[in-house]
Write a protein that binds this ligand. Structure first.
Ligand code: SAH
Length: 229
């Protein structure tokens, strides 16, 4: 069987068994996950594992999230198609591609230059022209294009970074894991009439958010977290 067929079938099984069966049934979300070729966001040696129910290493000590977590975080943003979205922690660019399928424009910020460059060329090669990858400290958000109709952080924050709340548009949501190296809670912040409401969703496990409003390597490791480049 050709690769194209093999991966397309594996992806359909992933969408049905890991996503829809666990209760995420929004047709736009399922279509987006069916369209993005997750295997092309992974190192060659790991491509055949792309559609398994788990996170995978993408280099520089970083990981691409389990498909279900990508789907859940995306669905919590409640996107309708015309939004300007911000992602912190581009990594491979996979989450950005899923967002690009569901929103008008995606700005994504990555602090590792090698990861940012690889993700940028991958997204262009795959035709995701409505994404912009920036190499910077994403704990500061990306003020140039604010406000955003949805913000997603794919690294663990100790506290919700103030700049991200400031860059959130009225009526919009910020989704992020908050906690330490022992584990985090996925939180949703909603901005309504100038006030913020927060809701806890489920326990998760992410690599640390660094930068001005993120974890210092020492504090993260003090609680048993892995050292990383
Ligand atoms: N969303 C990614 C996976 C994210 S892994 C994907 O779909 O593949 C978390 C990423 O956050 C890592 O690449 C890490 O380098 C990045 N990161 C951590 N702190 C950051 C910061 N302050 N600014 C930007 N990126 C950061």
């Amino acid at each position: 069987m050709e690769d194209y067929d093999r991966y397309t079938i594996a992806r359909a099984e992933m969408v049905n068994e890991q996503i829809a069966r666990r209760g995420l049934r929004n047709p736009r979300l399922l279509r987006a996950l069916q369209r993005v070729p997750r295997h092309l966001f992974l190192p060659l040696a790991l491509r055949d594992h792309a559609y398994e129910d788990r996170p995978l290493p993408i280099g520089m000590g970083q990981t691409i999230s389990q498909p279900y977590i990508v789907a859940l975080m995306t669905s919590l943003l409640a996107l309708e198609g015309d939004e300007m979205v911000l992602e912190i922690g581009t990594g491979s660019g996979y989450q950005a591609a899923v967002l690009a399928e569901m929103a008008r424009m995606v700005h994504t910020v990555e602090r590792h230059e090698d990861l940012a460059n690889a993700a940028r060329s991958r997204l262009v090669r795959l035709g995701y022209y409505n994404t912009q990858v920036h190499c910077a400290d994403g704990s500061l958000g990306w003020p140039e294009a604010a406000p955003y109709h949805g913000i997603i952080v794919t690294a663990a924050a100790a506290h919700t970074p103030e700049p991200l709340l400031e860059q959130l548009a009225e009526g919009s949501r910020l989704v992020l894991p908050v906690g330490d190296s022992r584990g985090q809670i996925l939180q949703v912040w909603t901005r309504e009439a100038g006030r913020f409401e927060t809701q806890d969703v489920l326990p998760v496990s992410f690599v640390p958010l660094r930068g001005k409003y993120g974890w210092s390597p020492e504090d993260w490791q003090d609680l048993g977290g892995a050292a990383e480049p």
